[in-house]
Design a protein around this ligand. Structure first.
Ligand code: CA
Ligand code: CA
Ligand code: CA
Length: 535
């Protein structure tokens, strides 16, 4: 009893949580067909592999068996695994996702793809297996046959992973299958022993897709060609026809490598519109093939659309101090909501005598322009944006206001005043606001010991002037505070920036930089604003 229990328990533990029943594989039968030497991309199996766990999963390995008589070097050169991509269904080379040829599993009619890591969604994923025929016929008068199937799951060592001699579909979740039956194509295909070529070359385009939108006036199409059968391409031509216009001509493409195996075609002088692009190729035996046309839209310009275009201001009022800016952001789009490129854009001031161009720029590749406006003098004006002569959006008003007494000053243009009998000296700015020099060191940073600029005014006059903020050190002064172990460089507007190292100080102020430092009491620290450090 005990000896029976242990193997039974082992078996129970190894059963998958959710094995994939064969009925979960959604197979589409491939009809009967006859294939010939050297042909490729011949669809042999079309199946939706289910998710192994009912949620997103990954395909790790799959084995495929041919029930027919063909095997490697006997009709078949390769079986190739694909996932559906691009147009729905199998197109193979150039469109579906290629996982390469299967390798031999050691059994002549069995191929395996292992070490895969291919995502499979909760509703499954559609895979294809295509056949690539041996390039020459074997000297026999018997046709080989193909009837592919995914064999029933056989996990020999029960570890849930693919190992040599295992069969079936192995998933990341280890919920493998098919369980309960095989997934087999119904009809047979025949690989003819006749050593003939019956089909023209296959041509793909590598850098242009169905429904692509092109926004340039020229485009270099690049492609590849491979003959179906045992010949090579004698020529490859391309035909580009405007929808609603006359049919384009078939034009020879430029071969880049032998027999058009790679090629390019320069499509130039492109007009806006919708186009059908198709290739035609002929092999040296005279077999001609044509590709399924793709549709491409050219939209490189077009009309200005007020709906999709815009003019936006980050603000409409700024201070006329030369640094406060207003940004006017212009976006130019056409009727199909594509950027209007390389357009000339004007910012114009609207005046009674006619518009005056203030600034000009180009819309580049993005269809966008930013105008940055600054002023030194107060003003108010009405402005507008035009693309060439067409106005974009509404006109707008911009105001530059007079700078306030508190606004940055370099304390060099104005008057210097004092009252008789008092040592305090003030700087009187253009707005009749007086600013105290808090210490003699601040005065000396501007004028040394020279007080000749200072005029004496009456106490009454002095009282008429509003007291503003203190004068800060002259721009460029090296300054420090008694209690902070940092040396700062003074910049305009009372901004101070920490000079982070002696090396930086030496670079800017020479080897005697430390003798140039001026100290100010901590109480005047609030006269300054800290800016970014100087490295
Ligand atoms: Ca496809
Ligand atoms: Ca195994
Ligand atoms: Ca051919």
């Amino acid at each position: 009893m005990k000896r029976l229990l242990i193997p039974l328990l082992f078996l129970v533990l190894c059963l998958p949580v959710y094995a994939m029943d064969d009925s979960l594989f959604d197979k589409t039968d491939i009809p009967s067909a006859t294939w010939y030497v050297g042909q490729f991309d011949k669809l042999a199996l079309d199946v939706v592999i289910p998710s192994g766990n009912g949620a997103a999963d990954t395909l790790k390995a799959i084995t495929v068996v041919n029930n027919g008589s063909a095997y490697y070097a006997h009709g078949i050169q390769n079986l190739r695994l694909w996932a559906d991509s691009g147009a729905l269904g199998f197109q193979g080379w150039g469109e579906d996702i290629d996982f390469g040829p299967g390798s031999s599993s050691g059994v002549q009619n069995t191929w395996v793809w292992k070490d895969l890591d291919v995502s499979v969604g909760a509703t499954g994923r559609r895979f294809f297996v295509s056949a690539e025929m041996w390039p020459t016929a074997v000297s026999t008068n018997t046709n080989y046959t193909v009837q592919l199937m995914i064999p029933e799951l056989s996990d020999v060592n029960g570890n849930g992973l693919y190992d040599t001699d295992d069969m079936g579909v192995f998933m990341g979740s280890k919920n493998n299958g098919p369980v309960g039956g095989v997934v087999a194509n119904g009809p047979n295909q025949i690989i003819s022993y006749s050593n003939i070529d019956v089909e023209g070359p296959k041509v793909i385009m590598n850098n242009i897709n169905n429904n692509q939108i092109i926004t340039s006036s020229s485009y270099v199409i690049q492609g590849q060609t491979r003959d179906q059968g045992k010949s090579s391409a004698e020529y490859v031509k391309i035909k580009i026809s405007k929808v609603g216009g006359s049919n384009g001509d078939l034009v020879l493409v430029e071969p880049l490598t032998d027999n058009f195996s790679t090629w390019s075609y320069v499509w130039s002088g492109m007009e806006d519109g919708t186009y059908k692009i198709q290739t035609q190729a002929q092999d040296f035996l005279g077999y001609i093939s044509s590709s399924t046309p793709i549709t491409v839209t050219v939209n490189k310009g077009g009309e200005l659309s007020q709906t999709y275009s815009s003019v936006n201001l980050d603000k409409t009022t700024a201070v006329a101090n030369g640094s406060d800016g207003i940004n006017v952001n212009v976006t130019l789009r056409n009727q199909d909501d594509y950027p209007l490129k390389e357009k000339t854009v004007y910012l114009k001031e609207v005046r009674s005598g006619g518009d005056v161009v203030v600034k000009t720029s180009g819309s580049g590749q993005t269809g966008k322009v930013v105008f940055a406006l600054r002023a030194y003098e107060p003003s108010t004006g009405v402005y507008k944006i035009t693309m060439e002569d067409q106005q974009v959006g509404q006109s707008f008003t911009i105001t530059f206001t007079e700078k306030s007494a508190d606004d940055s000053s370099d304390y060099t243009a104005g008057r210097w005043i004092k009252i008789a009998g008092h040592p305090a000296v003030y700087f009187l700015d253009d707005n009749n606001v007086r600013h105290a020099y808090p210490t003699q060191a601040v005065w000396e940073s501007y004028f040394g010991n020279d007080f000749s600029k200072v005029t004496t005014v009456s106490a009454t006059e002095m009282a008429n002037y509003t007291l503003g903020k203190n004068v800060t050190f002259k721009i460029g002064t090296l300054m420090k505070l008694p209690t902070i172990p940092k040396v700062y460089k003074v910049e305009s507007g009372g901004v101070i920036r920490w000079v982070v190292s002696e090396a930086v100080a030496r670079a800017y102020y020479g080897t005697d930089w430390s003798t140039k430092i001026k100290t100010i009491p901590d109480s005047f620290f609030t006269d300054y604003k800290e800016g970014p450090d100087i490295y």
